[in-house]
Design a protein around this ligand. Structure first.
Ligand code: BEZ
Ligand code: FE
Length: 273
């Protein structure tokens, strides 16, 4: 297709940009945006509607709510970026989206403690080993875990709650093992009370994230792993609104000998280069 004169002018407008990466990104962005507008033969009314939508996305953001990340999530852009930047050897645990509900100052726990801290849900034990791709245990790995309660809410979504629930930081033992008590993960809908919810409704998409537990694991000499463990059998595994599910991250919460529900999951970190 012939390049439109306005596209050529917009691309040329960045020709003096000193930073080569910035120049590349802006030039490519303009080319793709213009190609998109031509592809759909964008009307002026549609262009304005799009601007209204993005304005509403911005207006929904505050220090607790990031509607732009949610928009990136439901368009698959977050997961595409995660996938492109975390291409690891097959033996290593795969990454998935970070999500908006991580907090920096989660309480610290010892192995064996109950991180649910009063959150509602069915009690369970989560246990496993942190290791490297040769199978060697990694000691003192920092394991950050967070999850929603059985009503589908993270502690940070509850204005009345003054303490952390269902999140915490632990360290792997000398043999790489870790274990903690928590509650069984349940499916929950992503926040639907903003413009991203309107988009999902207009396109008849499911807002339900399959049940999952979030992990961020850090250890000296290894790449940080940001991932989830998804619950096997969850009916929403095929329709995750943020495209975060990977087969290797699906695991079973099983009944243990004493009737306690147990999740066993080992994490394999990639040595940093
Ligand atoms: C989450 O899993 O916490 C999440 C991820 C993306 C969008 C909304 C929620
Ligand atoms: Fe989540």
């Amino acid at each position: 297709m012939n390049i439109h004169p306005v596209t050529a002018s917009a691309v040329e407008s960045f020709s003096q940009t000193q930073d080569p990466r910035l120049k590349h990104i802006l030039t490519s962005l303009v080319k793709h945006l213009h190609a998109f507008a031509q592809d759909v033969q964008l009307t002026e009314a549609e262009w304005f509607r799009g601007l209204e939508f993005l304005t509403a996305v911005g207006q929904k953001c505050d220090d607790k709510r990031q509607e732009f990340i949610l928009l990136s999530d439901v368009l698959g852009l977050s997961m595409l970026t995660v996938s492109m930047n975390n291409d690891r050897p097959k033996a290593c645990t795969e990454s998935t989206v970070f999500g908006p509900f991580y907090v920096h100052d989660a309480p610290h726990y010892e192995n064996g403690d109950d991180v649910s801290n009063g959150a509602s849900g069915k009690a369970c034990v989560v246990q496993g080993t942190v290791k490297n791709s040769d199978g060697q245990p990694i000691s003192n790995a920092v394991i950050d875990v967070w999850q929603a309660d059985d009503e589908g809410f993270y502690d940070v979504q509850k204005d009345h709650l003054k303490h952390a629930q269902a999140r915490g930081v632990l360290h792997s033992r000398a043999d790489g093992t870790f274990n903690f008590k928590s509650i069984v993960a349940e499916a929950y809908p992503i926040p639907m009370d903003g413009p991203v919810g309107t988009l999902l409704e207009a396109t008849k998409r499911s807002p339900w994230r399959p049940a999952h537990l979030h992990f961020m694991i850090k250890a000296d000499g290894y790449e940080t792993l940001i991932t989830h463990v998804f619950k096997k059998g969850d009916p929403h595994l095929q329709s995750d609104p943020v495209f975060g599910v990977k087969d290797s991250l699906i695991a079973d919460w099983i009944a243990g000998k004493d009737g306690m529900t147990i999740l066993n999951f080992d994490f394999v970190l990639n040595a940093s280069s």
